[in-house]
Write a protein that binds this ligand. Structure first.
Ligand code: G
Ligand code: G
Ligand code: MN
Ligand code: NA
Length: 254
């Protein structure tokens, strides 16, 4: 059995599960949202992480139905938390290139928002900087179609692709996620620190929210907070968690 075939079966048998990593606003002591991250509960190999199957799913285009499942499941869970009393939470969902280039994506997003009766602004769609910049003139059309629905767009892995500042201004994106490779050594590496500070300045000028990813220590938190970053995602606060555990985290955090 090839892994491609296994992936197909996995979709049919609903072997995928989402974990959720909280995004924190430390200043306000609150969970602002969560990023949905897919895992594969393999019948014999245990929990398989996206690094081991997303690329293949992308190549085989199985990512399109898988991504549709992820979007629905993440929105179903968001609605549950809204109804549980956390109505301000947002949900961040990663989009792969094949999904992003699928012309039916805006219709799918509208349909899922309607199905769960969710405010569009509380769904955040993450696209990587490298994908966004791969054909910016073309991609901006899809970004605008999504932005017109009212969902927010986040530029993931920021700083790792070929950024063009000119396009950053033109893209209808609301959020920049500083890649964790810049946060890792932020206290000791002057270049990383400069990149983060520059990104913050630029984001503030352009009116964009910033999420610092991969914050693992108090010192990193202190640094990114000092340069003005308000939203934090990282192991310091929490790893990605199964839905029930994430629910407990949200409840216990405030
Ligand atoms: O959770 P983990 O650190 O293993 O995630 C690794 C990578 O897999 C991340 O870069 C993340 O963006 C990607 N990933 C996780 N879930 C999804 C998903 O639902 N869709 C897509 N396209 N990528 C995902
Ligand atoms: O590329 P993307 O931003 O989608 O990747 C998100 C992934 O990053 C999550 O799956 C998560 O496992 C990983 N991640 C999140 N916070 C941390 C962190 O503090 N340290 C490390 N090493 N990985 C993290
Ligand atoms: Mn992401
Ligand atoms: Na990232």
């Amino acid at each position: 059995v090839t892994i491609e075939h296994e992936l197909k079966i996995a979709l049919e048998k609903e072997q995928f599960v989402l974990h959720y990593q909280p995004q924190i606003e430390p200043g306000a002591r609150r969970v602002v949202g969560l990023e949905a991250l897919v895992r594969w509960q393999h019948p014999t190999r245990g929990l398989v992480f996206p690094g081991d199957f997303i690329a293949l799913a992308e190549e085989t285009r199985l990512i399109v139905p898988l991504g549709k499942w992820v979007l629905e499941e993440a929105c179903r869970q968001l609605k549950y938390w809204h109804q549980a009393g956390y109505a301000d939470l947002h949900m961040s969902v990663n989009l792969s290139p094949a999904q992003f280039h699928d012309q039916s994506l805006p219709a799918l997003v509208r349909q899922v928002l309607a199905k769960f009766d969710l405010p569009a602004g509380q769904l955040h769609l993450e696209i990587t900087e490298s994908m966004a910049m791969s054909d910016p003139e073309e991609n901006i059309i899809m970004m605008q179609a999504l932005a017109d629905i009212g969902v927010k767009l986040a530029l993931d892995d920021f700083g790792t692709g070929y950024s063009s500042l000119a396009y950053l201004k033109l893209f209808p994106i609301d959020i920049i996620k500083i890649d964790r490779s810049f946060v890792k050594d932020i206290e000791t590496d002057e270049n990383d620190a400069a990149i983060c500070e520059m990104t913050m300045l630029l984001a503030q000028k352009l009116g964009k929210q910033v999420v610092a990813e991969g914050v693992e220590t108090e010192a990193q938190l202190e640094f990114v907070s000092r340069i003005g970053c308000q939203w934090i995602q990282g192991y310091l606060f929490s790893k990605p968690l199964a839905a029930a555990v994430a629910g407990n985290f949200i409840q216990g955090f405030a």
